[in-house]
Design a protein. Structure first.
Length: 155
C-alpha cells in the first residue's frame, strides 16, 4: 500500500525503482497513449499519466526525458500582461482545480490574479487592467487588482 493506493514494485529495489498502480481487481493500470503525438524533446510516444496533482501528459521515456505538459491547455484571454507588456494573460487551472490567470511568459514574468482580467484601465490609479469579481453579496463588479487602490464598480 502507498499514498495513492495499491501498487506493485520491482523486487530489485533500490537498484530498480519501477512501480505501477494496481486497481481493486488487482489488474495493472495501463497508461493511455496520446494518439498522433510524440515528445518534442526525444520523439518518444506521449502518455496520459496520473500524478499527485491529477492527470497530465508526459513522455514515455521518463526518467531519461522529463517532458510534461498539462492535460488541459491554458486558454488565452486576449488581455496583455500589465507587468512585462509582452505576454498575454492565460486562464489556467491550479493543482486544486480552481482557475487563475497568469502571464504567458512564465517563469520570466510571474504576474497572476485569481479574478478574470479585463482590458480596461483603472480610472482611480491608472493600472493597466481591471478584473471581474463575482461575490454572493455584491454580485459581479469590476475591481482593480492593486491592493492599495480599492477601486470597484458595479457596472
Amino acid at each position: 500500500m502507498g499514498k495513492k493506493g495499491r501498487f506493485i514494485g520491482c523486487s530489485g529495489y533500490p537498484e530498480c525503482d519501477y512501480t505501477a498502480n494496481v486497481d481493486k481487481e488487482k489488474n495493472v493500470i495501463e497508461t493511455e497513449v496520446v494518439a498522433d503525438r510524440v515528445c518534442p524533446d526525444c520523439n518518444s510516444p506521449l502518455h496520459i499519466k496520473v500524478g499527485r496533482y491529477g492527470k497530465f501528459i508526459g513522455c514515455s521515456n521518463y526518467p531519461n526525458c522529463k517532458h510534461m505538459e498539462p492535460l488541459e491547455k491554458p486558454s488565452d484571454t486576449g488581455v496583455k500582461c500589465p507587468i512585462c507588456n509582452e505576454g498575454s494573460m492565460l486562464k489556467r487551472k491550479s493543482r486544486y482545480g480552481k482557475y487563475f490567470y497568469s502571464c504567458s511568459k512564465y517563469p520570466a514574468c510571474k504576474y497572476a490574479v485569481w479574478n478574470e482580467p479585463l482590458n480596461e484601465k483603472c480610472p482611480k490609479c491608472g493600472w493597466k487592467i481591471l478584473t471581474s469579481k463575482t461575490t454572493k453579496r455584491r454580485g459581479t463588479e469590476k475591481v482593480c487588482p492593486q491592493k492599495d487602490c480599492g477601486y470597484s464598480d458595479k457596472g
